[in-house]
Design a binder for this molecule. Structure first.
Ligand code: ADP
Length: 436
């Protein structure tokens, strides 16, 4: 059998004895039983042999010159490499053998000479088995320790992950809570807005109703005022004509004032009637070519254009969804004002339109007297004028009508101007507008 294999199977045994006879005896006995014995004759050699190739067991003679068995054993126990090798002491029958010392220095057993072979072999076997078991135990212990530490590491890892998870859960809960709160606020906000919206709708409807009622009232009142006013005017004129010579100059002046006042009132009533009529129009809106609208308006203003030598031009205008007569009125009022509120130079008026997002933006520009910033909103209100009759005649209703027309077409109107720098009136009209 191969030596190495034998060693692994049964054990490698170092025999230390200074008596060659004993060595031979033990070596033969062990070889016969299948062990691999190594023999040395003193302590020094024993230590060297153990260091270079540690045996599985040592049979160690006690009484040896220079270094006795106890000392050899002590040296072996001091070295980690040899500490665990079981040492069985061999004692001669006539020697004074200190068993207690043998165990104290680290021996595991002892054998007395002369040898009982079977006993020696039994002791060797049992210590080798013991050592094997110890080694197995050690290995298992190491494995167990590794297992424990890896489990501890896993546990630690799990604990850390658990902590992170807990944090994550609590932060998610916090987010959830915040979201719930925001949701509540949002719902409250939606509810508030819905309330405000319905209140707005209600007031809008009420406003529309009041407006309609007001227009109806203005229409009825102005319509009904026309006849008595006409009577007053004609009688005042009759009085002026027939009693001119019988009355003094002051009375005649008073009558003249009555006639003038009545005629002005007639104008105002006519305009008011016209204004209220614009709200009562029930004509449907239709595709309307603004070039035609512009031409019609210019035709209506032919007289004043000729008298003032005004230059009125326009760029190509679009087709919009509208009511032609109202749009003619709109253009006519704006171009008419642009001529009326002129400076010394002949008026120059230009009309243009450009597409702006979903609507058309119209501009009517002039080189007239201009309008100060603070008046630019109020001139669109009914009867708001910036001049006396002597300066510029009018009733202050033209722009109010323009605003009404533009609003009915779904647009808005405003002015950009500076005193002395001319004005640009702008209004928007939709391509697909709806009848308001
Ligand atoms: P009216 O012309 O009868 O006074 P409007 O409603 O047309 O009434 O105009 C209101 C006022 O706005 C006018 O009195 C005038 O002062 C001012 N205005 C209107 N158009 C122009 C314009 N193109 N240039 C300067 N002022 C204007």
């Amino acid at each position: 059998m191969d030596n190495n294999l034998q060693e692994t199977l049964l054990g490698n045994i170092l025999v230390v004895d200074d008596t060659p006879e004993n060595l031979r005896l033990l070596s033969t006995m062990l070889s016969q039983r299948g062990y691999v014995p190594r023999c040395v004759i003193n302590g020094q050699m024993a230590l060297r042999a153990c260091n270079s190739h540690p045996p599985d067991l040592i049979l160690l003679d006690i009484m040896m010159p220079q270094m006795n068995g106890y000392e050899v054993c002590q040296h072996l126990k001091l070295d980690a490499k040899t500490r665990d090798i079981p040492v069985i002491f061999i004692s001669a029958k006539d020697e004074v053998f200190d068993k207690v010392n043998a165990f104290t220095v680290g021996g595991v057993d002892y054998i007395s000479k002369p040898f009982q072979f079977e006993e020696v072999l039994a002791r060797i076997e049992s210590h080798l088995t013991l050592r094997k078991l110890q080694n197995q135990l050690k290995e298992q212990n190491i494995l167990l320790q590794q297992e424990i530490s890896s489990r501890l590491a896993v546990e630690k890892d799990l604990q850390e992950k658990n902590l992170i998870l807990q944090k994550e859960i609590s932060s998610r809960r916090a987010v959830e809570k915040a979201l719930q709160e925001q949701n509540l606020l949002l719902q409250q906000e939606i509810f508030n807005r819905e309330c405000a919206e319905s209140a707005l709708l209600k007031s809008h409807q009420e406003l529309a109703r009041y407006n309609a009622e007001l227009e109806q009232f203005a229409y009825v009142a102005s319509h009904d005022l026309q006849a008595p006013l006409a009577t007053i005017v004609s009688y005042a004129q009759l009085l002026e004509k027939r009693s001119k010579d019988k009355l003094d100059s002051q009375a005649n002046k008073f009558i003249g004032n009555i006639v003038y006042g009545c005629m002005r009132m007639q104008n105002l009533i006519d305009d008011l009637l016209e204004y209220s009529r614009f709200g009562r129009s029930d004509k449907l809106l239709q595709q309307t070519d603004c070039n035609q609208v512009f031409e019609q308006a210019i035709a209506n203003l032919q007289g004043v254009i000729r008298d003032t030598e005004a230059v009125v031009c326009s760029s190509e205008l679009p087709v919009v969804h509208g009511e032609i007569s109202q749009l003619v009125q709109l253009f006519q009022n704006l171009v008419g004002n642009a001529i009326k509120y002129r400076q010394d130079a002949p008026p120059v008026v230009s009309v243009s339109a450009c597409k702006h997002q979903d609507h058309w933006l119209f501009s009517v520009s002039d080189n007239g007297i201009g309008i100060a910033q603070q008046h630019q909103e109020r001139i669109f209100k009914i009867f708001q004028r910036l001049h006396t009759q002597k300066e510029y005649s009018g009733t202050g209703i033209g722009l109010a009508i323009c605003q009404k027309i533009v609003q009915r077409h779904g647009g808005r109107i405003w002015v950009e101007s500076e005193p002395g720098q001319g004005s640009t009136f702008r209004f928007t009209l939709n391509e697909n507008t709806f009848d308001l």
